[in-house]
Structures are given as structure tokens and as C-alpha cells.
Design a protein around this ligand. Structure first.
Ligand code: ZN
Length: 160
């Protein structure tokens, strides 16, 4: 595994739509392993492939049990409720804001071997599923912020 460089705000790749994955090969597995290591190293809750310069529909999310959830070609198929909370992004260091997300989100995706599955997340996991899926369409969280938070509010915020 190797740590990859995280693309920062201003890089045009963050605004591009990522392409569908069709080959579940070794190259994909290396990308997933590297993304997990990069996310952990940066203390993030999620990371999307465009954030490491790869325009493919791949994301990793840190689950509630600290287990890494790998999402290939993810699609949100169901949402429930509403949750207004702080959000950040590893590509926007030091910037936090309140974003409205569903409380519960069900995602359909494929695993690293191309096997389909669905997974439901609540709270910050639901938030991460939305945040990372949007990265794959070139949408970043600052587009959705209702209110930016100052440094005095930063305690306890997490970056995705
Ligand atoms: Zn992000």
C-alpha cells in the first residue's frame, strides 16, 4: 500500500464527473488499498478517487465499526429523514460548514470483485455516503453549505 497525494480545492479534477468502473482488476485493488491508507493517514471519514487524481467511480468510507467500506460505482437508492450537521473535506482543509443530509441512506454498489451489494448508513456514515457519491459527479460540499463555521466551531468536525 502507498499513500497518495490528496488533490486540493482549485484543482479542476474535483469538478469533473468520474467514469464507471468496468474492470475489477489488480489496478482497482491497489487503488482501493492506497485510498484506505491515504484516508486513515489524513484522519478522514471518506475519500473519493477524484481526490487522489483518479476519475473513476470509486470511494472508501470509514464505517461506524472503523471498518473500511469500499464502494465501486455507488448509487444512492433510498434516503430517509434529515440531519443538519457539520461537514468538512480533505480537499478543503480547514473549511467546515453545516450541510443538510438525510439521516439514513441506502447505497447500492459493487465490491472490489464486482459483486453487487447494498448498505445502509445512519448519521455521519449516511453523510459520508452522500458526500463521497457527490464527489464522483464533480460536486463538492462547499456547494451545499448553508452556513460556514468559524475556527471556534471546529472542535469535533471531521473531514471526508
Ligand atoms: Zn470530500
Amino acid at each position: 500500500m502507498a499513500k497518495r497525494n490528496i488533490v486540493k480545492d482549485g484543482d479542476p479534477i474535483l469538478r469533473k464527473k468520474a467514469r464507471t468502473v468496468s474492470d475489477y482488476n489488480r489496478r482497482l485493488h491497489i487503488l482501493l488499498d492506497d485510498m484506505a491508507e491515504t484516508m486513515r493517514d489524513a484522519d478522514g471519514l471518506g475519500l473519493a478517487a477524484p481526490q487522489v487524481g483518479i476519475l473513476r467511480r470509486v470511494a472508501v468510507v470509514l464505517g461506524p465499526d472503523e471498518k473500511i467500506i469500499e464502494l465501486i460505482n455507488p448509487e444512492i437508492i433510498e434516503t430517509e429523514g434529515e440531519n443538519e450537521g457539520p461537514e468538512g473535506c480533505l480537499s478543503f482543509p480547514g473549511i467546515y460548514g453545516i450541510v443538510k443530509r438525510p439521516e439514513k441512506v441506502t447505497v447500492k454498489a459493487f465490491d472490489r470483485y464486482g459483486k453487487p451489494f447494498t448498505i445502509t448508513g445512519e448519521g455521519i456514515t449516511a453523510r459520508a455516503f452522500c458526500h463521497e457519491t457527490e464527489h464522483l459527479d464533480g460536486i463538492v460540499f462547499v456547494d451545499k453549505v448553508e452556513r460556514f463555521l468559524g475556527p471556534e466551531d471546529e472542535e469535533g468536525n471531521e473531514e471526508e
